[in-house]
Write a protein that binds this ligand. Structure first.
Ligand code: SAM
Length: 359
């Protein structure tokens, strides 16, 4: 498995990420004949990155704008990296014209005051990259800088999410049984430098023109992709609808990605100032089967690969029957998986990672 030797990929935890499963996925797709692939729910981009490493013509998609930047930096971009001059420019706040949205609006919610100020300034400098670059160079340089900023924001958050106003978990003088206070308190600048290096090391060309798109999966064109990989939010009896809503879990990063509009997008009635809700098919039990059906139907001409977990809603056999409406040959691969901090680890029939392959 040459392509998995010295495997590197985005390192920070993200809900539902396949960052620990590339070799298992590779094992089950390597003998399938395909050239072009759509990663419909791209997230961290780990699976797109595997496909890119396999030499495929890859389209990464995610409906969140902050993830779209990750797709641009990692998948669509083949050559550009952040130079040491770029990094020093981004970290020099002396001439920064910045708005202070985070410093004022998010006081005492996720980060300390000096950290909020730092994110506002860094974001101001990402915008200012237009003093040095234009066109697609500007687009990719900004995407690379956003990658490093978003990873830095995630690593400094308890649970690596923004689902609750819980800065006190970091600041309270208590003994903790979870998390890593040293990491949370490490200055942003140190992480930002580390993640610029991480993304620079991940950039490569596979000789193909790859794309990153930013669409709702239900509106994505079914443009003759040989293979479509589907890894949607996962719903189960143990999960609240909010936990299946990535717009809610990661709203703070989405706000940064839409910085100029952010203040208009916030739901000011919420204690953690999340964005106003958009309709999300994956949070509503009654809509789930119909949502899968729509996607399978839309991509019926492609090989369909669905990542799923058992037990989930809908159940595995319901999904297999649904896929059978569109595909003749179906195989199911399974892997018992241990999740960090999950109390169901090791229980029979729990935490089973599935790959449904319909050809
Ligand atoms: C389970 S995660 C995908 C994880 C990804 N395979 C990885 O390894 O990181 C689901 C992703 O779907 C995205 N998403 C949710 N609803 C979507 C929709 N309607 N259209 C496109 N993307 C969506 C979320 O933003 C999230 O990143």
């Amino acid at each position: 498995m040459e392509i998995l030797q010295n495997w590197k990929s985005p390192s920070t935890r993200y809900q539902g990420s396949k960052r620990k499963l590339p070799s298992w996925i590779y094992e089950h797709i390597k003998d399938i004949k395909f050239d072009s692939a759509l990663d419909l729910f791209g997230g961290t981009g780990v699976v797109s990155y595997l496909l890119k490493n396999m030499g495929k013509n890859v389209t990464y998609n995610d409906y969140l704008k902050f993830n779209h930047y990750i797709g641009l930096a990692l998948i669509e971009n083949s050559f550009l990296t952040l130079s040491s001059e770029d990094v020093e420019f981004l970290l020099n706040f002396q001439n920064t014209q910045y708005k202070n949205i985070i410093e004022y609006t998010f006081k005492d919610i996720y980060y300390k005051d000096d950290e909020n100020h730092w994110i506002d300034c860094l974001n101001g400098n990402i915008i200012r990259l237009n003093e040095m670059y234009t066109g697609s160079t500007l687009r990719y340089k900004r995407a690379l800088a956003y990658y490093a900023l978003f990873q830095s924001c995630l690593i400094k958050r308890p649970f690596n999410m923004f689902h609750r106003k819980n800065l006190h978990l970091r600041t309270a003088e208590v003994s903790r049984s979870f998390g890593n206070k040293t990491t949370w308190d490490t200055p942003f600048e140190i992480f930002f430098r580390r993640f610029t290096k991480e993304i620079n090391d991940l950039v490569f060309s596979n000789g193909r023109q790859n794309y990153a798109t930013n669409k709702d999966a239900f509106r994505m064109d079914n443009r003759d992709y040989d293979l479509v990989y589907i890894d949607p939010p996962y719903f189960s009896e143990n999960r609240t609808p909010v936990a299946c809503d990535y717009g809610r879990m990661y709203h703070f990063l989405e706000g940064i990605a839409q910085y100029d509009d952010w203040l208009n997008l916030i739901d000011y009635g919420s204690s953690n100032l999340h964005l106003k809700d958009n309709h999300n098919h994956w949070s509503s039990k009654s809509e789930l089967l119909e949502a899968f059906d729509q996607l399978f139907c839309r991509f019926a001409d492609s090989i369909i690969i669905l990542s799923y977990k058992s037990p989930g809603i809908p159940a595995e056999d319901e999904l297999v029957s649904l896929l059978r409406k569109y595909k003749q040959k179906i195989t199911v691969q399974r892997l018992q998986y241990w999740y960090a901090l999950n109390k169901l680890n090791g229980k029979p029939h729990h935490n089973i990672e599935l790959l449904l392959i319909g050809q």
